[in-house]
Ligand binder design. Structure first.
Ligand code: G6P
Length: 613
């Protein structure tokens, strides 16, 4: 949610900032801007729209300077327009700021500043912060670092910030609380960003800034302190393993399609070193120290948002089925405010692709205070959630750039599946024989997904048929119910078609009223214990002239006779069907969105990483 980039060094900052913003555009994309310092003067260029619009408006303007900051925005305070776009300059031009997050007490601070004569151009909380820093700087006659420190002590809310002071143009300031910030460490140059993606082409050495830390970078070196005390902190450099082709589209027209197709490989990466099929073993190193406590848990509570929440629902089915531990799945945003009953016998599992989702982060902080063991299942290495959990498992799906999550979902589901089987074994709830055979079957999932992807053209034809739909219904039962929810979410996120996921049996309690001959109904109807019942649901839809697209087990001849379209997926053990059944639903949403002319990778109003409540 909003992307921040900054550079200080000996190169011209502009191309680095622009490229950085392009890489970060998936975090927010309603406006963009940069500030460059040249000869002690800050030049700001910003506009509503995308980074490519920014590139247009800077033509013919001064873009020199080897220090600069940039921003791509997802609006919180103030509509997306040129004025509200970042960077924001303080009234007397001393400070220029880009900000990710929300300053909650901005209105109070603004009133105080207005009383002192400050005037504001924008409606943003960020401009308030820029002026607060300047006010302290000018009235206390201190240096920029002290002014920033004092200002941040007065601020309530979340921030990731990159700041420049025109009186001290050889310094780049970065600080965070609740919004991620990383400093790339080059040779005599430093790169500041909301995540590592814009930095990896210059250096793999990163300093992940912690909450309430302040970094000051000059070409000669950096200094890291806390905003409350001026004592130097240890610089803990992490080497990241992210390749450039991980963050490029390659030959695919969109990131989303690339990421859908990556799934056989990303799942294999999630398995690596963990699913030891030939030895019939699952080894989850990230949680091995806490496994005894996890296996003894009275209850597991999974907290997550969006697609990660749906992966959590799959986890609930599997952990209850195989490990016989009571599982609850909660929207993090509800859980954090509900004053839930949590004890030290509970285990909380936070699932998050980005590892930065504000509600999920707040939920684990609350549960930690109540003494629960906190685990994480996250994709972005070094992000906030893994750093605040007691233990966890990285999904290793690689950077997910498309805003609609695809490969992260399957990777999260794979981790939960392995966890369910491992816990089942440890608790003596599944036999050696079943455990071994499930492991062998799970290992075949990547190859099976490749076979489903080979049938992509079929899904494209179905998308062509239904691209004009205004509503869609997705039905599933058991472990496929969360997949129905995820299928519906994918369609609405990127094609803006209203879609709902339902447990198939609930259809007659409401959604059946919507069915007519225009309504596509996806029914997840693989050969499992619900099969006969779901076949009845298909009959009920057909009796009302609904259009049925059924996802069935290969070779099913019964449903083929009833449904308008069938999509076959190979037979696998029931717990693994979500990993397969979701793939055609992802492809369907993708193709419908493309056919409707939607911006698949950057759907309207959404953001990849939701770092505000
Ligand atoms: C946003 C994204 C979704 C994602 C959700 C949770 O809404 O657009 O794709 O599922 O946040 O994000 P997380 O990073 O915590 O999985």
């Amino acid at each position: 949610m909003c992307g921040i980039v900054g550079y200080i060094g000996s190169r011209t900052a502009y191309p680095i900032l622009i490229k950085g913003l392009q890489r970060l555009e998936y975090r927010g994309y309603d406006s963009a801007g940069i500030a460059l310092v040249d000869n002690g003067k800050a030049f700001i260029h910003k506009c509503r729209g995308k980074v490519r619009d920014l590139e247009q408006i800077v033509k013919g303007k001064n873009i020199s300077g080897s220090i600069g900051i940039g921003h791509t925005r997802w609006a919180t305070h103030g509509v997306p327009n040129d004025v509200n776009a970042h960077p924001h300059r303080s009234m007397n031009g001393k400070f220029v700021v880009v900000h990710n997050g929300i300053i909650e007490n901005y209105s109070h601070i603004r009133t105080l500043l207005v009383e002192k004569g400050y005037k504001f151009e924008s409606q943003t909380d960020t401009e308030v912060l820029a002026n607060l820093i300047e006010d302290i700087y000018m009235s206390a006659q201190c240096d920029a670092e002290s002014a920033i420190r004092t200002a941040l002590q007065k601020v309530v809310g979340a921030y990731g910030l990159a700041i420049i002071c025109t009186d001290e143009p050889e310094k780049l300031f970065g600080t965070r609380k609740g919004s991620p910030l990383v400093l790339g460490m080059g040779n005599g140059e430093y790169f500041l960003a909301s995540d590592a993606t814009p930095i990896v082409e210059y250096t793999d050495k990163m300093l992940y800034i912690n909450d309430e830390e302040l970094v000051v970078a000059t070409p000669k070196g950096i200094r890291l302190t806390n905003i409350y005390e001026e004592v130097d902190k240890k610089i803990d450099v992490t080497t990241v393993d992210m390749k450039l082709d991980n963050i490029d589209k390659g030959s695919f027209p969109h990131y989303m399609l690339k990421e859908i197709h990556e799934q056989p490989n990303t799942i294999a990466d999630t398995f690596r070193g963990r699913l030891l099929a030939d030895q019939h073993q699952i080894f989850l190193g990230g949680i091995s120290d806490v496994l005894p406590r996890l296996a003894r848990a009275r209850r597991i509570i999974i907290v997550a948002c969006g697609t990660s929440y749906y992966a959590g629902l799959v986890g609930e089915y599997l952990i209850e089925e195989y490990a016989r531990i009571n599982v609850e799945v909660e929207y993090a945003s509800e859980f954090r405010y509900r004053n839930p009953v949590i004890t030290s016998e509970d285990v909380i599992i936070a699932i998050s692709q980005s590892g930065e989702t504000a509600d999920t982060l707040a939920a684990i902080r609350m549960a930690k205070q109540k003494g629960a063991l906190i685990l994480g299942i996250c994709n972005v290495v070094g992000s906030s959630i893994p750093r605040e959990t007691d233990a966890g498992i990285y999904t290793h799906a690689g950077p997910e750039i498309g805003v609609a999550s695809t490969k992260a979902f399957t990777a999260q589901t794979v981790v939960l599946t392995m966890m369910a089987l491992l816990l089942g074994k440890k608790r003596g709830e599944i036999s050696e024989e079943l455990y071994n055979s499930l492991i062998e079957d799970l290992a075949t999932v990547p190859a099976t997904i490749s076979r489903i992807l080979a049938d992509e053209e079929k899904v494209r034809e179905i998308a062509e048929r239904y691209k004009g739909a205004t509503n869609a219904l997705y039905l599933g039962r058991g472990v496929l119910y969360p997949v129905a929810l995820e299928g519906a979410l994918k369609l609405k996120e990127i094609s803006y078609i209203h879609a709902e996921g339902y447990p198939a049996a609930e259809m007659k309690h409401g959604p059946i009223a919507l069915i007519d001959n225009l309504m596509p109904v996806f029914v997840l109807a693989t050969k499992d214990k619900y099969y006969e019942k779901v076949v009845n649901n298909i009959q009920e839809v057909k009796a009302r002239q609904g259009q049925v697209i059924a996802v069935v087990t290969s070779g099913d001849t019964v449903i083929r006779k009833m449904a308008d379209y069938v999509i076959e997926i190979p037979q696998v053990d029931e717990p693994f069907t979500p990993l397969l059944a979701v793939v055609p639903l992802q492809l369907f949403s993708y193709y419908v969105a493309v056919m409707r002319g939607c911006n698949v990778d950057q759907p309207r109003n959404l953001a990849k990483s939701v770092t505000v409540e």
